[in-house]
Each structure stands twice: as C-alpha cells, then as structure tokens.
Write a protein that binds this ligand. Sequence first.
Ligand code: AMP
Ligand code: GLY
Length: 436
Amino acid sequence: MNFLVIGSGAREHIIAQKLFDSGVNVFSVITNRNPGLIKLSREFLFVNTYKANVQKIVDFSLSKYIDCVVIGPEDPLALGFSDSFLSKGIPVVGPTKLLAQIETSKGFTRDLLVRNEIYVSPRYERFNSINGVEDFIKDLSDEYVVKYDGLMGGKGVKVSGEHLMSTQEAISYCNQLIDLGGSFIVEEKLLGEEFSLMSFCDGKTVHHMPAVQDHKRAYDGDVGPNTGGMGCYTDSNHSLPFLTDNELNQAREINERVSAALLKEYNEGYKGILYGGFMATRDGVKLIEYNARFGDPEAMNLLTLLDSDFASVCMSMANGSLVDVKFKNEASVCKYVVPKGYGSNPANDATLIVNDSYKEHSDLYYAAVNVNDSGDITTTSSRAAAIVSTGHDIGIAESRCESGLSYISGNNIFVRHDIAKPHLIDKRIQNMESIR
Ligand code: AMP
Ligand code: GLY
C-alpha cells in the first residue's frame, strides 16, 4: 500500500513515522527539507507553495499509485486538495473544502452550532467594518477577544487585557484586519482552562482521542504572543488533571453532535480529524474554535500513545468504515524547540544540533527546518523540532522530555520549559477549583 503525506512539519513527520511503522510505503509532499520526512519517504515532491501546485501534486499521486492521502496542515484543506484527490478516486484523510470551513471560517462554525442548537459559543458578532465594534466591546464589559475570520496560523487572535490593553488598541487591530481585506469576529473572553479534544471521524462514526492541553502563549507563565503551540501534555487516564469526567464527556458530545450536524446539513460525511479547541468554564465546556486536522503539537502526544495500526485507522476513516482505535494508558509530554522570538520576531539565523543520545529518553520530530547536503539543519521563522516522551505519569514524562531536550543545542533557539511542570499543572487545577 502506498500512502501520501502532505505537509512537512513535526505533525507530518510523526504521521509518516506511524504509517512507516504500519509497514506501508510512504511518499510525501514537502515545502521545506524536513530531514525526518526525507528519510522516511520512498519518494518526495518538493513544492514552494501548495496553491500553485495542486495539479502537480495530484499527478504525483497518480503516478505513484497512492492508495490513501493524509493531509496534515490547514492550507491544503482550505484549498480543496481533498476534493481534487477524491475526484480521481483516491481516498483522503481530511475533509473537503466545504466541510474544512469548520476551521477556515470561524463564522461558519459559530452559525452551524446555533442552527443545530449546540449552545457552546461565547457571545460573538461578525464584522467587516468598524461600525458597531466599540459598542459591542462595551457590551462585553471590556472582556473580549478579536479574531481574524480566516487562517492566520493561530496568530490572528488578540485577547483583551493580554494583547489589547485599551479600546483604542482594539479598534486599531480591527482596522488592520479590515485592511487585510477580511472580516473578523469580536467575542466574549472566556475564563477557564483550555484543552483540545480530537476525534477520528469517518463521516458517521466518531472515535475520540485522549484530551490534550496545548500552550499557545510563547513564554513561561502563559504570557507573550499567541503561537502555533509551544508544547502539550496528556495524562495516563486520557483526561487532564484539571478536567472532570463530566467536562470531558461534554467535549466528546460536542464533537459527536458537530459531526452529525455536518452530515445532516451538507449531506456529506466529515472524514478526517475533528479537532475541538475547548475552554472548561464555570458554565460548562465552551468552544473556542474547530480545526479540520490533527493539532500540532498535539499529534506528537496522541500518535505516540496510539496503540492501533495507524495505516488501518487512516484507510478505514477515509473509506467510511472506521476501525476501533486504542491508546496506551500512559502520559505524554511534548515541548517544541523554536527559533528565538518565534511568535513575534523570529531569529532568521537559528540552527539546530541534535545529539542522538536524546533517543534514550525521547522521540524527536523535525518541523519547519531545512537540512542541507552535509546534514546541517537551519530553522525557518516557525517551529524547529518537537521532543516527546511518555511515562506512567505526567511528572515522569516531563522529566524524560527535559532529558531529551538536553541533547538538543544550536544557535538562537528557545524552549518553553514550564510546560507540564508540577507548578503549572497545580496552577491550572487551582484555577478550575476557583471558578467552578
Ligand atoms: P484560536 O486561534 O481561536 O484557537 O485562538 C488562539 C488562542 O486565543 C486560544 O488558544 C485562546 O488562548 C485564546 N482565545 C481565543 N478565543 C478566546 C475566547 N473566546 N476567550 C478566551 N481566550 C480565547
Ligand atoms: N495546537 C494548535 C493547532 O494545531 O492549531
């Protein structure tokens, strides 16, 4: 069997690794020279952009007799790559352009939820001009979030009191978004703890993965700009230390209802990973956003714990007959090595030096880096490498992850070390206890 992986980050590196471990042939489409993907791929196609190369990528798949395509990032989904493969009869893990709007249009998702009486959204309004923004901000008692209504790699969101310190700053950010030509959303700022719940969907059947907590802020203590995600952890019971069973079940039910709502409204099954970004609040679990793909870094935690044959999971998901999926009862911790300044002003001369002794403690997945012919690795403006470890509990997994990280060096690199440390987890538990 031949599988094609699209994307060249750490998420796609682990996807390719798990497919390789299943014994299938891996082919890939990459936009940076990721050494991990290059090593695992029987053949790869390098493209500068996805947009200009849809036809080339489809032709590559046809010439390699690809049996199943797994799409990692949001951009190819937004461009309708799934539609192109499906029109050639190639099964795909990843929804069509229509259903990928669950991620590409925050307005699409919020409106879908309302129509289907899934009342888990914060108060929100969609805008495409500055008219009414100030009144709505006042209405929300200055507790608000401004979001670009489109893809911005997790960086289009600004939160009052953290990134926007006055109404003036908010208005000026909204004006910037208008200049970008897009519409935007202003919504109520939710108070609580965030978590991600991803589910495998075959159009009808939904199998949930363990809950994960990502860390979007760039720096220790949850401060700094929003990023694509600095690191994640999962607990051995497939939940999180600050989450109740009831809260986890609410999130599972929301994903199930959303999958069913998409099938009912669009007469088309959602085939791929449905990623709910949730906030546990005083008033129950609320939805921050949906993504139409595996989270990154979440994929490293989840696929490391996967205890089923990944190629069979992918093929059965794409064919509408999802097999049972099992995960190990272990905790996992993943931390990203990034160029200094990632999230705002990334260093453009960062390098990565990997001492193989990390393997005694961790696995490593390469992200947006380039390897040259001599094996030297340079970073881009995005994340460089994910280090992931497991253990009977979060504490063991975290210290193993740090041991693994101690073998990674380089110029101008940065790691958010507080992720999954006991004091940060305690802070999360106390936060939920104080608001419940
Ligand atoms: P998003 O790209 O929608 O996931 O937003 C990025 C980050 O902004 C989230 O992970 C949250 O930390 C924060 N955020 C987004 N929406 C809200 C909200 N309504 N209330 C509080 N924080 C939010
Ligand atoms: N971990 C955040 C994302 O994948 O969007």
